[in-house]
Design a protein around this ligand. Structure first.
Ligand code: URA
Length: 349
């Protein structure tokens, strides 16, 4: 290595460093970028020994930008000013060009600057080559989960939906679950019952309403000639147990709701019974009390909804069982009406 080259390296000026005159001027004077380009070309061809006192260091990325600008003045606006959003690969090619020996420097580097050469100034301490990459994930990545994009939940069949739920990591509840609790029963049922979220037993067994509350629910259903697995489908708003049986958080409900929506779309029930305040409020997107929601017919995803008490509540408040029976009677009437309308619709076809 020639003496002047090693001296230059000692000073951090070669081969990755070059000089730039009036760098700070460039920051306030866009026109000065022309000078930058000229200086780059000068450096590529001049002797380091001729480096003037007071000239400032310029890093290779700045050089790459100026270099690209001089190499192709016609594209300077698009190619250089947009360099901030270019992928790293294009930066690499710019860098390779910069690293070429002075003898290789194309004459075009000496081309006079054009009116399109105004390049915004870059800070001297801009070391982050990759910070300029596009902020969002590539288009084949789900932005909300940062996972590879998958078919929409609203397109899944039963098998795919169940698999998606059991692998779900859309919210923090996945961290402490034993099992997801998907749903159980007749997938072509007219009746769909929707509870809140799995408890301890449900989390262990992977099935909704298997504890004491579930037994009471089964008894209530029997009084209407209904049974899970025969003519009822049972699911919860939330598919994973909230730790300590706490109430699910709104974001957990939001993350889980597409699964329930898809279940409703697949079952196509004629009637939904919302079991308890939480299920009712979640389905109906309201904060109204359960007593104000009972006794009338609401709608979820186009399906009539009747609200009643949660069986776990009824276990503690026996006095409200009678009210619950009234609710079930309303549900049965609503279902019969929906069936009659459905049959009338079928007959009209
Ligand atoms: N409570 C619910 O709301 N759902 C269950 O599955 C169990 C208890």
């Amino acid at each position: 290595m020639a003496l002047h080259e090693s001296a230059l390296e000692e000073l951090g000026l070669a081969p990755m460093w070059v000089r730039r005159a009036g760098a700070h001027d460039a920051a306030v004077e866009p026109q000065a970028s022309h000078d930058d380009a000229d200086v780059v070309a000068d450096v590529a061809q001049s002797s380091p020994a001729a480096t003037p006192v007071g000239i400032e260091d310029v890093r290779v990325d700045e050089l790459a930008r100026a270099d690209a600008q001089v190499s192709n003045p016609a594209q300077s606006d698009a190619g250089v000013a947009n360099a901030a959003s270019e992928p790293a690969a294009s930066r690499e090619s710019a860098r390779a060009e910069v690293d070429a020996s002075p003898a290789d420097a194309p004459q075009s580097r000496r081309a006079p600057p054009s009116a399109t050469d105004d390049v915004p100034p870059f800070p001297d301490d801009d070391f982050a080559w990759f910070d300029d990459l596009p902020a969002g994930p590539p288009s084949n990545v789900d932005a909300s989960t940062n996972e590879p994009a998958q078919p929409g939940i609203d397109t899944l069949d039963w098998t795919a939906l169940e698999a998606r739920v059991s692998a779900c990591e859309r919210c923090r509840l996945c961290e402490r679950r034993t099992n997801t609790v998907f749903g159980v029963g007749d997938r072509e049922a007219d009746w769909m019952l929707i509870g809140e979220a799995p408890g301890e037993n449900e989390d262990k067994q992977g099935e909704p309403f298997v504890g004491q509350a579930g037994k009471l629910l089964d008894n209530m259903l029997r009084s209407l000639d209904l049974a899970r697995g025969t003519n009822v489908y049972i699911a919860n708003v939330i598919k994973c147990r909230p730790p300590g049986n706490r109430n699910p958080e709104p974001d957990e409900v939001a993350r889980c709701e597409p699964y329930l929506q898809r279940q409703v779309a697949l079952v196509k029930p004629k009637l939904i019974v919302a079991l308890g305040r939480f299920a009712a409020q979640s389905l109906l997107k309201t904060e109204a009390s359960i007593s104000s929601l009972r006794g009338r017919v609401h709608e979820y995803e186009g399906v009539p909804v009747v609200v009643t008490y949660h069986p776990a509540y009824l276990l503690r408040s026996l006095g409200d069982k009678a009210k619950s029976w009234q609710d079930l009677c309303l549900a049965r009437d609503t279902w019969q009406k929906a069936g009659a309308e459905g049959n009338a619709g079928d007959a009209a076809k």
